[in-house]
Design a binder for this molecule. Structure first.
Ligand code: ADP
Ligand code: ZN
Length: 680
């Protein structure tokens, strides 16, 4: 593992492992079968990329997403790792190069689309290529229940048996059923070493708000984050289109995305989102797995997601780079009705439906939470935690009240009217409103009539919504959404347990979440200058901006302001190769000078020899015209100085053996150089 730590720094430029990574890297490197469940942005790729470098032979990586594979291959190549991809997106030249590298045994990582597994030649190719491990990204694609199901993933189990090599599977999908399916289909039912942990994404701020004027709420949220990349998830295709248009009208760069679009149009949006800084995509959940953008700064839900897993996965697309990201989820009684109906009217078998209701309930509980949201979310995934200080309820403690009596009145109204009506009519009864419907049904003579006059209509609406959120009542799909009482409500009705609800009225629904910046105010101009140079370099190299450096790295540069390439090497995300390639232009922006560093010096950055090189260079500049400043101008080449720093000759004879140092130069600089080399 010492070697792993070295490569982590020198190749990937990271100063340490993220939670869970070290154990997974160790197990994969030992050649165990591994199933790792890590949150999005947790750093899964490193868990198979690093072991691949530590092992002999080639690691085959199966991934469902061509764009993602190509980006990873580009990033690895940038970092000096021999990686290639075989996908339908390849040019002929790329494919030829991959085959050549395989033949010559140069390749460490071979990315492959699952479709390839269907062709008979692939298995032979992989056998000849000396494959020693298989890594499977997005392993939940083997699950027939998930919406990401890929039939070709079912061939992976056969491949593992045929090659007889260890397999490491990675996914962010947490639920137990999916996990069992992965074990059955990829590992032939034999439990692999399993790693499940670290579901917290502390850089993502959580917030829910009751829908009030939903379009206004989304536009306000986006306006406060102008110029930052974001996603707005919508429940319907039509809404994704109208919201995208509304965003454009208010001056944002925005487009829509949904499953009803042509494949080409969808790909174009994906590609634009990946490359552009500050694009907003209003989308249905179809905009999902294809996105691997690390610097999404916010995710808003214009409608309630369908389950707590879906919510977690969708907000999890924000802030994968670890820098602060914000989320806002809007919800209202109509959302709850819609999601319940979708489950009830779906085609799943009954036990699946009740599991789906339970997942929706968990999300509603989160929406109606009265304490820290993250604590509740993590507890759902089996993790205990302290209040987070990064959710709306930690920011402002909610106003709560003992709602036991109010809830009992509402339940009573429901039961006395035969569980046949929706909230509107029930509230009329509670408020004692003699509407036409009330008199027609004779409901003015019910004992419950008018018992709720102590609260206003909006307050009663909030009570009913929260009762749905706590799953005390459910709309009945077969009776046009009439509210029915659930088993969970019985103890409240019998006054055996009390219930606390939030007193969030319309007033709360209109309050806006606070805006926070990525860096301190004084660092913001430098950060945008760094982003500008990154954009220029990315455009020149025709790669997405984050392939040069992720946001997180630029933020750290802006905050720490490294003054030299050596200091730059200490910034997270800066490895040797990248430093060599991009270090100087970024340093120039930070130090405000345009002096380019010689490539010979750049090669030594981050190493002790770098400092010796600098001293040799200083000594030679001092002596360029001799000790008295009147001699002939003499200098040694940078590569000669680099050789000196690296080989460290101890006397004049050894010094003379270094090419490029003739007698005159030895006479001029010899003693000074030896003094420096002697005390380093
Ligand atoms: P996912 O688990 O979603 O596949 P990635 O592998 O794409 O996540 O990693 C997410 C981000 O975290 C990337 O920008 C990656 O460079 C960064 N990252 C991964 N491991 C580390 C680490 N040990 N230290 C710092 N950053 C890391
Ligand atoms: Zn919190």
């Amino acid at each position: 593992m010492q070697r792993a730590g070295e490569l982590l720094a020198s190749v990937f430029g990271f100063s340490g492992f993220r939670p869970g990574q070290a154990d997974i890297v160790a197990a994969v490197t030992r050649g165990e079968n591994v199933l790792a469940i890590m949150p999005t942005g947790g750093g899964k790729s490193l868990c198979f990329q690093l072991p691949a470098l530590l092992q002999d032979g080639v690691t085959v990586v199966i991934s469902p997403l061509i764009a993602l594979m190509r980006d990873q291959v580009r990033a690895l190549t940038e970092a000096g790792v021999a990686a290639g991809a075989l996908t339908s997106g390849n040019t002929e030249a790329e494919t030829t190069e991959v085959f050549a590298a395989l033949d010559e045994g140069r390749l460490k990582l071979l990315y492959m689309a699952p479709e390839r597994l269907a062709s008979g030649g692939t298995r032979n190719l992989l056998r000849r290529a000396g494959v020693t491990a298989i890594a499977v990204d997005e392993a939940h694609c083997v699950s027939q229940w998930g919406h990401d199901f890929r039939p070709d993933y079912l061939r992976i189990g056969d491949l593992r048996r045929a090659l007889d090599v260890p397999l490491a599977a990675f996914t962010a999908t947490a639920d137990a059923e999916t996990r069992d399916e992965i074990v059955a289909r990829l590992f032939g039912g034999v439990a692999p070493s399993t790693f499940l942990r670290g579901f917290d994404r502390p850089n993502i701020h959580l917030a829910f708000t009751i829908k009030d004027q939903p379009r206004r709420q989304i536009l306000d949220f986006a306006a406060a984050r102008r110029g930052l990349s974001g996603i707005v998830y919508c429940a319907t295709r039509a809404k994704s289109e109208t919201l995208a248009a509304a965003l454009r009208e208010t001056g944002h760069v925005a487009c829509h995305y949904h499953g009803g679009m042509q494949a080409d149009d969808r790909r174009e949006v994906e590609a634009r989102f990946q490359r552009e800084d500050g694009l907003i995509v209003a989308a249905t959940v179809a905009f999902g797995m294809g996105i691997d953008k690390p610097d999404i700064r916010w995710v808003a839900h214009a409608d309630l997601p369908k389950s707590i897993e879906a919510y977690y996965q969708e907000i999890g697309r924000a802030g994968r780079d670890g820098a602060p990201a914000e989320t806002l989820t809007l919800f209202g009684p109509d959302d709850i009705r819609l999601r319940r109906t979708q489950i009830d009217e779906g085609l799943a078998p009954p036990d699946r439906k009740s599991a789906d209701h339970a997942r929706l309930n968990a999300l509603l509980g989160l929406a109606e939470a009265t304490g820290c949201r993250r604590q509740l979310l993590l507890s759902y995934f089996g993790e205990a935690s302290d209040p987070c200080n990064a959710c709306d309820l930690c920011d402002t403690a909610p106003e709560v009240f003992d709602a036991t009596q109010a809830v009992r009145k509402a339940l009573s109204a429901i039961l006395r009217t035969g569980e046949s009506f929706g909230a509107g009519h029930l509230i009329d009864i509670l408020l004692g409103a003699k509407t036409e419907k009330v008199t027609r049904r004779g409901h003015q003579s019910l004992p419950t009539f008018g018992v709720g006059k102590d609260m206003t209509r909006p307050q009663w609406q909030a009570v009913f919504r929260q009762m749905m959120g706590h799953d005390l009542i459910r709309p009945d799909a077969e009776r046009h959404g009439a509210l029915r009482m659930t088993e969970a409500a019985r103890p409240v009705l019998r006054d055996e347990v009390g219930i606390t609800l939030r007193r969030d009225t319309i007033r709360n629904a209109t309050s806006k979440p606070a805006v926070r910046g990525l860096v301190r105010e004084e660092d913001a101009p430098l950060l945008s200058a760094l982003k500008a140079i990154r954009r220029a370099l990315a455009e020149a190299a025709r790669v997405p901006a984050y392939v040069i450096f992720p946001d997180r790295t630029l933020i750290e540069m802006a905050e720490k302001r490294p003054g030299s390439l050596d200091e730059m090497m200490g910034i997270g995300g800066v490895g040797t190769k990248k430093l060599e390639k991009y270090g100087s232009p970024f340093l120039a922006v930070i130090t405000g000078c345009d002096e380019r560093v010689h490539p010979a010096r750049r090669k030594l950055a981050g190493q002790p020899t770098g400092a010796i090189f600098d001293r040799l260079l200083a000594a030679q500049t001092e002596l360029a015209r001799g000790a008295d400043g009147t001699g002939k101008h003499l200098t040694c080449s940078h590569s000669t100085l680099r050789k000196l720093a690296e080989t460290r000759p101890r006397n004049l004879t050894d010094l003379g053996r270094i090419g490029g140092l003739g007698d005159t130069k030895i006479e001029r600089f010899g003693q000074a150089f030896l003094a420096i080399l002697g005390d380093g």
